[in-house]
Design a protein around this ligand. Structure first.
Ligand SMILES: Nc1ncnc2c1ncn2[C@@H]1O[C@H](COP(=O)(O)OP(=O)(O)OP(=O)(O)O)[C@@H](O)[C@H]1O
Length: 235
């Protein structure tokens, strides 16, 4: 099943486009990497896919609907979100519970179902045993897992992570990729991750979208495995 489909998408922030006539299909139920050097428009591509940016031209569809209509439930963990300082005044479980606030009723009480959901999300990222720790006491990798647990409380169909392993050591990065692989396999959900570390992450991914610069031709986009994409007008 195609989850996201971009056709002839053009987008820029100023006068020049940073994405120029990109067409791309993404399959549901996969662990997908987006890679490329700094400034290759990886984050921009993510935001277009999510409907957070509107293309100048072309179309972006999610689950067969225009992305800007916002019908798909997406968990988005932006870049550097896990950089809480050591004095961050919250415990792990409080932060993850705050992901449910939008769903609380008039009296803002947690139901047993919500408590169970929070526990499930913390277990999914293997952080349940840390639930009473202060956020500031955690390592970078642990903070990232907590941010993901918080996003999972929305039970998203798609989890989108922008450079989630920044600041993690090699063992934590591998542990993180395994965890996400298991999440995709066990729940049939889609995870899209911007990463610089393809040599490490590649073994865990189903598909890779590589944004690369070609001499004279500007940016180009290569997609390996089951995704397909190209720059340039549709045939
Ligand atoms: N809000 C903005 N306003 C103006 N230009 C922007 C904005 N955001 C990004 N850009 C420019 O668009 C281009 C693509 O940026 P983007 O952040 O998508 O790249 P990236 O591949 O995610 O980079 P990085 O790996 O450094 O995070 C860059 O040239 C960047 O300077």
């Amino acid at each position: 099943m195609i989850l996201s489909s971009m056709r002839n998408v053009v987008f820029g922030y100023d006068e020049e486009p940073v994405i120029d006539r990109l067409s791309l299909d993404i399959e549901a139920g996969q662990f997908i990497g987006i890679t490329g050097p700094n400034g290759a428009a990886k984050t921009t591509l993510l935001k277009l896919m999510l409907g957070l940016l509107r293309p100048w031209d072309g179309t972006v569809e999610l689950n067969g609907e225009l992305a800007a209509d916002g019908k798909l439930n997406i968990g988005y963990v932006p870049q550097q979100i896990a950089s809480f300082n050591t004095g961050f005044p919250s415990s792990v479980i409080e932060l993850v519970r705050s992901g449910c606030y939008g769903r609380l009723g008039l009296f803002r009480r947690f139901t047993r179902e919500q408590d169970e959901l929070v526990e499930r999300c913390l277990r999914q990222v293997e952080m349940w045993d840390y639930r009473n720790r202060r956020i500031g006491e955690l390592s970078g990798g642990q903070k990232q897992r907590i941010c993901i647990a918080r996003a999972l409380t929305q039970q998203p169909q798609v989890l989108v992570l922008d450079e989630p392993t920044t600041g993690m050591d090699a063992a934590s990065r591998t542990g993180f990729y395994k965890l996400m692989r298991h999440y995709v396999n066990a729940h049939g959900r889609t995870v899209i991750m911007v990463t610089h570390g393809l040599e490490e992450a590649g073994a865990y991914l189903d598909s890779v979208i590589s944004l690369e610069r070609k001499e004279k031709e500007g940016w180009t986009c290569l997609v390996t495995n089951s995704c397909s994409a190209h720059f340039g007008p549709e045939d």
